[in-house]
Design a binder for this molecule. Structure first.
Ligand code: NAP
Length: 323
């Protein structure tokens, strides 16, 4: 029997859904096998759990033809370092927009309507009669939402907001000229958006320009009745500034799918705030979306290993097309 040598790919611990797709196509090299001071010949890298990939780490490897990320956000991967080494970086835009926007709205509604506090109360001994004066929340329909980062996910958030009869403001580095017909979204600079919005939803990628984008000064510009929702990356918000803002009741609430660091230390004061709704990074966590992300990221990997253009490439400067 002739044994076929499979391409070697460095992988995080993988869920069955990804392992099944990779089976028979690659030989998996565990992430821990890549050590400082060694040069390990491999053909590719599959990034699943947001492990950092930077120049010094890549220099422990030889022969890498592709890095494929399970997810759209590639802030944990140094794209310039990959580009400098001629390595295309695949990612999974588009397939997770709806699920992530749904999560953004779930968080928004949960914070506004005191859902988590109410859930605890409804299960506890103190709920012994209906009290119309208890746990009054914030109106959502008809209010103003400010979307920071009206890209693929932001647009899905905007559609949901339109369904709630909300006024939609948005901030990108520049106004969009390609808004879908019928979607009424008004461009604002960041300060105006923060001052005018009842709900601020963060949907920007994390990078040098957006790290700490929402700090003390920005939180101070928000309405005291406003809710900050973060479905982007934790590093877009200054965690200590947010902790202080909730403690001092400078905004009404925060609803976070992501934090910096992630997870927060278990004794972090932010976790003690009753004005916080938090999820453990569940934006794209549905069966269907995770299946689609697995398929797309594995396809990117296999294409890269064959020297073909990836379906979606995050570092577009290698001269390979990014549909
Ligand atoms: P996208 O389509 O590239 O949209 C990003 C938007 O942000 C664009 O409209 C862009 O507009 C704007 N933007 C970029 N830099 C900016 C800046 N410095 N200031 C203001 N606006 C800026 O990306 P996406 O696919 O919607 O994904 C966005 C991010 O969501 C991902 O990078 C990822 O980190 C995060 N995400 C989180 C989850 C989760 O589980 N919570 C799931 C998926 C994605 P301009 O270029 O015009 O500025």
């Amino acid at each position: 029997m002739v044994s076929v040598e499979l391409p070697r790919v460095v992988v995080d611990p993988l869920p069955p859904i990804v392992s099944r797709l990779l089976a028979g196509h690659v030989e998996c090299v565990p992430w821990e096998a890549v050590r400082a001071g060694e040069k390990r010949p491999v053909d590719g890298v599959y990034s699943y759990g947001h492990q950092a990939v930077d120049g010094p780490w890549l220099d422990r490897l030889t022969g890498v033809r592709v890095i494929s990320n399970h997810g759209v956000g590639v802030d944990h991967i140094d794209l310039d370092a990959a580009t400098a080494r001629g390595i295309p970086v695949g990612h999974t835009p588009g397939v997770l927009d709806g699920a992530t926007a749904d999560m953004g709205f779930a968080l928004l509604l949960a914070a506004a309507r005191r859902l988590i506090v109410g859930d605890r109360f409804a299960r506890g001994p103190d709920f012994n009669h209906y009290d119309p004066g208890k746990l009054l929340g914030l109106e959502v329909h008809g209010q103003t939402i400010g979307i920071v980062g009206l890209g693929r996910i932001g647009l899905h958030v905007a559609r949901r907001a339109a369904g709630f009869d909300m006024r939609i403001l948005y901030h990108n580095r520049r106004p969009r000229t390609d808004l879908p017909a019928g979607l009424n979204a008004e461009y604002r600079d960041l300060d105006e958006l923060l001052a005018q919005s009842d709900f601020v939803m963060l949907c920007v990628p994390l990078g040098p320009e957006t790290a700490g984008l929402i700090g003390r000064a920005q939180l101070a510009r928000m309405k005291p009745t406003a809710v900050l929702v973060n479905i982007a990356r934790g590093g877009v918000v200054d965690t200590e500034a947010l902790t202080d803002a909730l403690r001092d009741r400078r905004i009404d609430a925060a609803a976070l799918d992501v934090t910096d660091p992630e997870p927060l230390p278990r004794d972090h004061p932010l976790l003690a705030s009753e004005h916080l709704v938090i999820a453990p990074h569940l934006g794209s966590a549905t069966e269907q979306t995770r299946q689609a992300m697995a398929e797309l990221s594995v396809e990117n990997l296999l294409r890269g290993l064959r020297g073909q253009a990836l379906l979606h490439q995050a570092n577009g400067s290698l001269g390979v097309s990014t549909p």
